[in-house]
Design a protein around this ligand. Sequence first.
Ligand code: FAD
Ligand code: SIN
Length: 540
Amino acid sequence: MIRNYDVLVIGSGSAGLTLALHLESKLKIAVLAKRNLEEGASLYAQGGISVVLDKKDSIQSHIEDTTRTGVGLCYQETVQFTVEQAKSAIDWLIQEGTIFTRDKSTKTHYHLTQEGGHSHRRVIHAADATGWVVETKLAELVKQRPNIELFENHIAIDLLTQHRLGSYAKNNQCLGAYVFNTTTNKVDTFSARYVVIATGGAGKAYLYTSNPDVCTGDGIAMGWRAGCRVANMEFIQFHPTCLYHPNAKSFLITEALRGEGGQLLLPDGHSFMHLFDERKELAPRDIVARAIDHQMKRLGIDHVYLSISHKPESFIRQNFPTIYTRCLEFGIDITKDPIPVVPAAHYTCGGLMTNLYGQTDLPNLYAIGETAHTGLHGANRMASNSLLECLVFARSAASHINRNIIHMPQPENLPLWDESQVIDSEEEVVVAHNWDELRRFMWDYVGIVRTVKRLERAKHRIDLLMREISDYYSNFCITHDLIELRNLATVADLIILSALDRKESRGLHYILDYPNQAKVAKDTILIPKDYYATHYSRNE
Ligand code: FAD
Ligand code: SIN
């Protein structure tokens, strides 16, 4: 069936929901979620949101810290815009009823914690469950809006554009999307005057990740297929401290634990971060993750330890209740025991290129949140700047849409999904196998420390996989897993290509063949039409 909306928002994390709540109430809005409304990286955010609230802190200092952490690739205009908008974005959340942890002992209204790269206490939070508090509040608000229709268990497959429909009109634009309902196994056509991609990051391209299952880079892959440029995909951030336990799938130990005095230790109890950076445990993440990786490889160990047990029990339980409870379920009492930790893929710094309003290269298509490349993070994202970016760009994109929608007609005569050429698959095992293979070679060959040889090996594997997946996609009915696998493969390919393009080490991209930083900092920008030209001539 065909459904008509003013705005289609693909994704219901902090970015998508904040945008929906800022669109005018007279607009008819659809919000899609792959699983339940709240599920996504936003829900699991722990540390908090960076914002200048302390009198001793300044906008300039937040700008400088973000820029220094991004190692020469942050866009100054974007950094300034984001940092300046932070306070009003947080004020809005508070005004809507979000409850952050208060600081009773100082004059500051809210307790501010500290994380890597920040030179001040600047991270507003709700104990160690900031994402849960923010995301559930946004979900509660969105459910009260009669103009917003929520579609849980709906996964967007591809964007509809004039070019896709066979019109080679010069003014190609986005018209809507094909969307798979995973409850009924039917595909609907969503027509919209504006489409917003807010599908989050792509951590699931790696075997070990802090990300929940929905983070398969769908928006980046859909935007790329629709003709949008992507930038800086090689900068995958590995969070230094995820819980190491066979049954603890994707559980993060927040950087705020280090901000409050947590120390990284080797199995013999010695600390080591002073050997790598004078900021020790509070150096930016790329440095801490590499230091841990180095120690693990040097000593042949599976993990290092993070300890906060020197702090009073009451302090630990009050500030880190989620981590305390979760670790206790695995027999680790963090008030007494050190926590076994390893780095894991955490954040996609690159993405679909956008401007300050979240507009992509494709008219009528916006991208916000982790899916987008706004230029805020450069070669390494500073902690707690991501939720901030989600909020600021959601608000900016919403006001741009509110201002311009009056000029935009509703797309008409969009086609239905055509399933006449495909049959039900009897080989689901192929999808599961390819999925495992991809995540494993991305971890082994495109991880924290890279080499050209390993990247070439990964490129060879991904080319084979992409051919197999494309073949499978053309012949069999789609499923949730197949849609995600196709997107993961596209995103993995973009990561590998970008990593091969960068002939230097910078920020999160560390490659042994080019250990030094180039004098001039340049973005890696991939352009679909160049890629397809090369790809097809290579195959011919
Ligand atoms: P998400 O919150 O990931 O939401 C993505 C949405 O898109 C989901 O609703 C999903 O269902 C939907 N979706 C995806 N694909 C499709 C599709 N094809 N069709 C339909 N819907 C789709 N950042 C901070 O600033 N501070 C922190 O303290 C912090 N802690 C973190 C802790 C963890 C464990 C993790 C994983 C990340 C953390 N981050 C933190 C990063 C931050 O949480 C994310 O970058 C941010 O939440 C991304 O928000 P988003 O709205 O872009 O995407
Ligand atoms: C954390 O709490 O350590 C995660 C913060 C972030 O990713 O910004």
